[in-house]
Ligand binder design. Sequence first.
Ligand code: AMP
Ligand code: ZN
Length: 118
Amino acid sequence: MSGQDDCIFCKIIRGEIPAKKVFEDDDVLAFLDIKPIAPVHVLLIPKRHIASLAQVNETDAPLLGKMLTLVPMLAAAQGADDGFRVIVNAGRVGQQEVPHLHIHIIGGPHPLGPMLAR
Ligand code: AMP
Ligand code: ZN
């Protein structure tokens, strides 16, 4: 077994729990968020278990760059071809709930509203 045994996103990668996959290659997996906050809500994760953006280092840079570069294609494929928002929650203050690095890709069709309540 690879990855973290009890990590929910590693379980999705291993096929142990279902997900609506929208993209996959050797390095990354994208699937629909189970509780979407907008009409488009995709999660993009590395297949290698990285706990958080708060814990990345230089060796992760190519993978992180690849992930960000995939975002426009993934957004457009879900219908968000006129803009989107990317959120990465990290750690306690970021209120990250799942401790496997993930990029939220969130889109309309309508404007999403302010980033955070002021
Ligand atoms: P975060 O608060 O940034 O850690 O976000 C975790 C996200 O994972 C939330 O938006 C959840 O709705 C989503 N999520 C949790 N479990 C699953 C699952 N089994 N399949 C799809 N999305 C999930
Ligand atoms: Zn994991």
